[in-house]
Design a protein around this ligand. Structure first.
Ligand code: NAP
Length: 244
């Protein structure tokens, strides 16, 4: 069986499908004939995305910042084993670690770390050998470009460590775990981050061409279709003008 055909007809679960890298990943997986269950937090945006993705896409409405909503949604996941889980949803803040309200830090970790880990705990139990978990972290967790990125970077660094631990633990069951750490990707995430507008303009002067969401989605598909004896444990993707 070719590597690409291993995905055909199987079930993928992707979080954060209403925008950016998540939406591009859903499109890439559907084009490889996977069936996709996709998490979004906004009913209207998720309904619009579902219409766009078509009949092989099934929406799952859940705000990952809400632990009770997560418990309900994750309990009702389909019995069918998930062949590919992409933990993509995340929030970002751009704020001084001296001034960040503690409840904002808690929310950041709730969405970017706790929710993703809980989902792995539920889904991995039923995964079969050959299944794959791909976790989106960020290059800022390894090279901090500015102090105001520290809270977001801290959440991604925590997820990096947990992801590596999961890789070690799940390997004996034949389940692969990979981390994808992009640099600058042109998605709506930065429009949702208050106080980032001026910083973005400066960054764009240094790095005029950013990655596209499709660049990252293509890398996710590439990772998921390597021969089973090989795992891409960690992949960093940068626009060529981004130093690190
Ligand atoms: N863009 C970059 O430069 C970059 C760089 C490195 C790493 N990353 C990582 O790549 C991943 C995707 O980012 P992106 O740039 O594609 O961001 P994006 O366009 O903002 O997409 C994020 C997705 O996550 C969803 N989401 C956020 N909070 C959620 C919550 N509480 N519950 C459920 N869904 C939630 C968003 O829903 P809404 O549509 O409702 O907002 C959206 O669908 C993230 O893990 C991010 O940290 C991005």
């Amino acid at each position: 069986m070719s590597s690409e055909s291993r995905l055909r007809g199987k079930l993928a679960l992707v979080t954060g499908v209403t925008s950016g890298i998540g939406a591009a990943t859903v499109r890439a997986l559907l084009s490889r004939e996977m069936r996709v269950l996709g998490v979004g937090r906004d009913a209207q945006r998720l309904a619009d995305a579902s219409r766009d993705f078509g009949p092989d896409f099934q929406p799952l409405l859940v705000d990952l910042a809400d632990s009770a909503a997560r418990a309900r949604a994750f309990r009702d996941l389909p019995e069918e084993p998930v062949a590919l889980l992409v933990n993509n949803a995340a929030e970002c803040v751009y704020e001084s670690p001296q001034e960040l309200p503690p409840e904002r830090l808690s929310r950041l970790f709730e969405v970017n770390v706790t929710a993703a880990l809980e989902l792995v705990q539920v889904v991995a139990r039923r995964m079969q050998p050959g299944a794959h978990i791909i976790n989106l972290t960020s290059v800022v967790a390894r090279h901090l470009p500015a102090a105001k990125f520290a809270p977001y970077a801290a959440s991604k660094a925590a997820f990096d460590c947990l992801s590596e631990g999961l890789r070690l633990e799940l390997h004996p069951r034949g389940i692969h775990v990979s981390t994808v750490a992009p640099g600058l990707v042109d998605t709506p995430i930065y429009e949702k981050v208050s106080g980032f507008h001026r910083a973005k303009q400066k960054i764009q002067e240094q790095v005029p061409v950013w990655l596209s969401a499709t660049d990252v989605a293509d890398a996710i598909v590439w990772i998921a279709t390597r021969p089973v004896h090989l795992v891409v444990s960690d992949l960093c993707l940068l626009p060529s003008a981004q130093a690190r």
